[in-house]
Every structure is written in C-alpha cells, then in structure tokens.
Design a protein around this ligand. Sequence first.
Ligand SMILES: [Zn+2]
Ligand SMILES: [Zn+2]
Length: 144
Amino acid sequence: MPDPFPTGHKAPSPGTYLRLRRVAAGVSLEALGLATETDPPRCARERVEWLRQIEADVAVIGADVVEALQRFFSFDRHVLYILVAIHAGAELDTPAICASCGCSWSDACVIQEIGRNCRWSADDPTRCSAPACRPATEQGSVAA
Ligand SMILES: [Zn+2]
Ligand SMILES: [Zn+2]
C-alpha cells in the first residue's frame, strides 16, 4: 500500500476490525471456537459465544485474546491497540483500514494473480484493490 494515511477512513470498533480480518481469512466463528483454548477451559459452544462477544465489543480484548487469535488469522496488533484506545475515547489518528477486508499498511493482502500487495482503490480510497474488496458493480469488469 503506497500511503498509510489516505483520507476518508473511519475507525471501526476493535471487535469489528477483528471480525473483518477473521472473515477475510475465511475462518468461521465455529471453527475458531473449536480451535482456541481458554484458561479456565470452556466448552466449544461457550468459546464461540465468547468470540461473538469480543466481535460485538462486549468482552474485553486482553493480551490473551490477541495471542489466541493471532495464531488463526492475520491482523495488525498495532492497529488493534489504536482502535481499542479510540474506542475508549482517545483522540488518535485513525489508522487506514480497508472497509471491506480490514487489511492495513503492515498487514496488506497479497494478490495472487499479480504476486503483489494490495493498494488503495483509486475509486474508493476506503477499500483496497484486492479482487474481493472491489465494489460489486466493478466485479464483472475485472477479468476483461
Ligand atoms: Zn481489502
Ligand atoms: Zn488489502
């Protein structure tokens, strides 16, 4: 991505950010619930509910959560910490995050077709140029 701070980005909540990155990685909440471990141990159904509460910004995103989730999908810890601070009321610059997949400067998508990282879309500077993030109206013209 050529510019880490293009304009027009709105800060998603920390839970929304984690959801965007999880969905972009193709990991379901159920699969994550089965794979994660908690201390004290909880059953898979409780873990799915706990993950849901994290993504709804109800459960606290502590260091243990960051450690657990980072083993299953990629996200930028630094971005997450900034979003947690903004969500708590801190007045910080909003990190540039793709509104569609949640990728960011140091956690950019790799576009397999061209073997390069994504950039900001020229048409919509809040989205990256990865094929899955193009607006639906554009998708038909991509292959042409
Ligand atoms: Zn994207
Ligand atoms: Zn991207």
